[in-house]
Design a protein around this ligand. Sequence first.
Ligand code: ZN
Length: 242
Amino acid sequence: MKTIDLHKNLLLAYTESSDGNMDERFNDKAQVMSNRRKIYNQFDLNPRTVIEAKQIHSDRILKLTEDNTKMWVGNNIPGVDGFITNQPEAALLLKVADCLPVIIYDPDHHVFGIFHVGWQGAIKNIHLKGLSQMEEEYESNPGKLLVWLGPSACGNCYESIEKPEQVGDQNWKPFIKKKSNKWKIDVEGYVTESLKQAGIKSKSIKSEKRCTIEDEGLFSHTRSKSSEQYPEARFLILAKLR
Ligand SMILES: [Zn+2]
């Protein structure tokens, strides 16, 4: 487990392979619960108060308010891939293994957003939609926001045999390269550039720079497909106001 010091008022951490699989789709539930409990205990979190997204590679973002946070605690919410909130009790989770986790924190208004940006999410610009929602709902000013980009598949490793649908899109052009009949896609590069275009300062974007496909200290969906040596699993991103 690694804790990230993006801002003193935001608890931010992610688990690693050594913490075990965190997704009950790929292990028995008791094992996953036990793996998770160790992490929750480190932060004094009640497991019943954690809220997670049952991610579907959509661009749907749920705003957690005082009223609906009470309703959603302890749930794995179907059909969403991100949250924005100003609720201090909302401990929010994503499960990833190659997709890019994006956190946007607004220190002035003490609110944050957490977004699951996979290939599909990046095409749908869920991170930009999340940013716009923070501007609308909390009057966040992009120039004052802090961003953390978690571990994900890097632009050298992430490849597709099929031609990506956004290959003709000018905004994507610098981040898609063709190499011996395969397409290399740099999702983090695209997300970083698009956030800068939206007004976030370069110096405010912090990247973990750990490639999930190369780094066996993390789980990778791509690596799990390449060899039985690597079982399918997910690690957690955990974020909470403090
Ligand atoms: Zn890589």
